[in-house]
Design a protein around this ligand. Structure first.
Ligand code: COA
Length: 146
């Protein structure tokens, strides 16, 4: 998963191996992995999320390998994580993404996330982050798929 993360994010935004491992092992966190079927099944993407006691879920990272993008895999991972957080129960999901990550912003907009604030110089590269949020209480919106 660390090597996938390295391929999905630029240096300085991708997680150092130990940090990603710590998030995956953190109490309250979970990881959903998507496998590519075939003779030699391999991991095509994953999502790491955690639930706080305050009912707030946090998407730590979502990574889909370039060759597997725009086929609905990211959406399936995100919906699976939201469902699991909803059952904790969490009422809100938050996440951070780089302000210049246009594909992620398009993806999260499609999934009804809204920008709630900007964190200046959030990443070690000096890039700012948007904090995005979505309420997950109540029935799902009619269209969450791609
Ligand atoms: C963001 C990411 C997880 C999306 O995964 P994906 O499997 O391509 O997503 P989906 O196929 O489910 O896309 C669903 C919808 O999101 C939007 N979307 C996805 N990629 C997009 C892009 N590059 N530009 C604009 N909108 C995009 C589209 O509305 C898309 O629907 P469509 O393909 O019918 O137009 C993937 O691009 C990725 O891993 N990026 C690198 C890591 C990253 O930036 N993670 C998010 C920040 S934490």
């Amino acid at each position: 998963m660390w090597s996938i993360d390295q391929r999905c994010f630029p240096p300085g935004i991708a997680y150092p191996r130990r940090e990603l491992a710590a998030y995956i092992q953190h109490r309250g966190s979970f990881t959903v992995v998507a496998e590519r079927a075939g003779e030699k099944p391999s991991v095509a993407g994953f999502i790491v999320a955690e639930a706080s006691r305050r009912g707030v879920g946090h998407i730590i990272t979502i990574d889909v390998l370039p060759a597997s993008r725009r086929g609905g895999l990211g959406s399936q991972l995100l919906v699976a994580a939201e469902e699991r957080l909803r059952h904790v129960p969490c009422h809100t999901v938050v996440l951070e993404t780089a302000v210049d990550n246009t594909s992620a912003l398009g993806f999260y907009k499609r999934h009804h996330y809204s920008v709630v604030k900007v964190v200046p110089r959030y990443y070690s590269t000096g890039v700012d982050a948007f904090v995005l949020e979505k309420q997950i209480e109540g029935p799902l919106p009619a269209s969450t798929g791609p």
